[in-house]
Design a protein around this ligand. Structure first.
Ligand SMILES: NC(=O)c1ccc[n+]([C@@H]2O[C@H](COP(=O)([O-])OP(=O)(O)OC[C@H]3O[C@@H](n4cnc5c(N)ncnc54)[C@H](O)[C@@H]3O)[C@@H](O)[C@H]2O)c1
Ligand SMILES: [Zn+2]
Length: 359
């Protein structure tokens, strides 16, 4: 598995870490426009000081950069710069840069090492860990890609100071998710220190990032290629969330916001099936009520869409197997399982209705 380092300033350690991992000091640094503006100077000065040979590349800060067109352009830049198999790639950014950088690294010269330097809360706790790298196809997100584990994940939580609040909350949804699926004590910690974590205060933010990244790495290590159902538990709340995102055409709702709403639905569904108690449901909902949406609009739309429409959209999601919806449910707070038995639509609809009342 990849080594995950959490520290400030993590970049100062880059030479030592590369040497430890037998990585050559020849690096392609991939930024998006924002991470280049925010961290480009500090990173290039450090690389220079520590004797690296490096090439910098920058892509637009948007989801559409995860495309074959952008990848093709970058391959050309790397060939022009005489980058070959002895090089590696350092991806500095959120999930977009991490996924695109990982995709390029997995394919260029049949594969060069990738080092992730995530700069969003979502990337630090989720997308930079676990080796799933992909670009989008016009017919669907993340359809073209590889399993390409990062050699190293270098996390510096101080980079989050400049992250807009909406992006912080988007990552926070996944942080809460880890508490629900794997660690009840962590859920309590999040409940107690929610305000400090979203305000990027130490030591709370580092603790939240370190624990989340650790849980993700642990799950991925035990079920790398999603065969035992364990890795699928990382999708807690996501069956509902994908339906909501699809309905919104991936526009007005961010993934993390959809996951927050999806987890409210999944908690209700768990309670209906008797796998969590009523008081556990209340405890779970109390954490999720701390979640802030940019405006009331997201929740209002959620309440206004008929539950049947949401369910229909969930049915059209690509990630289902044998046309059967797969739900990740809780077996008490802090433990998740993949519910493989088919569920009646009526119980799912009831869970959505109740979730609307609690939002
Ligand atoms: N590979 C995986 O396992 C996995 C898992 C989850 C999500 N993803 C992918 O991740 C992507 C979403 O990632 P994301 O939410 O990080 O979005 P993102 O990469 O688009 O970043 C969000 C925005 O924040 C900006 N930004 C980044 N760091 C910043 C900082 N420190 N300060 C200020 N602004 C900063 C970016 O430039 C961008 O505008 C999606 O494409 C999704 O498919 C992949
Ligand atoms: Zn997610």
């Amino acid at each position: 598995m990849s080594e995950i380092i959490v520290g400030t300033p993590v970049i100062e350690d880059i030479k030592r870490l590369f040497e430890k991992h037998n990585l050559r000091k020849k690096t392609v640094v991939l930024f998006d426009e924002n991470t280049k503006a925010l961290f480009g100077k500090q990173i290039s000065q450090t690389l220079q000081k520590q004797g690296f040979t490096f090439v910098e590349t920058v892509v637009p800060a948007k989801e559409t950069s995860k495309s074959l067109r952008t990848a093709w352009k970058l391959y050309g830049e790397l060939i022009d710069a005489e980058v070959d198999r002895s090089w590696n790639l350092l991806a500095v950014g959120g999930g977009v840069v991490g996924d695109l950088g990982g995709y390029i690294a997995a394919s260029f010269y049949r594969g060069i090492p990738v080092i992730q330097l995530p700069t969003t809360l979502l990337a630090m706790t989720d997308s930079s860990i676990g080796g799933k790298v992909a670009i989008n196809h016009p017919q669907g997100k993340n359809l073209i890609g590889f399993f390409h584990l990062p050699e190293l994940v270098m996390i510096d939580p101080s980079y989050l100071a400049s992250l807009p609040p909406r992006e912080v909350y988007a990552g926070m949804a996944e942080v809460i998710k880890y508490g629900f699926i794997a660690d009840r004590d962590f859920l309590t910690y999040i409940t107690r220190h929610f305000k400090e974590i979203v305000a990027i205060q130490e030591p709370y933010i580092s603790e939240a990032v370190r624990t989340s990244a650790g849980i993700k790495a642990d799950v991925v290590e035990k079920d790398f290629k999603e065969q035992s159902g364990l890795r699928a538990t990382l999708n807690f709340g996501h069956t509902f969330a994908h339906g909501l995102e699809k309905l919104a055409d991936y526009r007005y709702i961010k993934h993390g916001e959809a996951v927050a709403l999806g987890m409210v639905c999944a908690l209700h569904l768990s309670e209906k099936l008797g796998t969590i108690t009523h008081s556990e449901l209340d405890e779970g909902l109390a954490v999720l009520r701390k979640f802030r949406f940019r405006s009331g609009l997201v929740q209002k739309r959620f309440r206004d869409i008929p539950a049947e429409t949401i369910l229909e959209s969930m049915h059209s999601d690509k990630k289902k197997v044998d046309k059967q919806l797969r739900f990740v449910l809780l077996q008490g707070l802090g433990k998740a399982y993949l519910h493989d038995e088919p569920l009646d639509d009526s119980i799912v609809l009831e869970a959505i209705e109740e979730a609307k009342k609690s939002c």
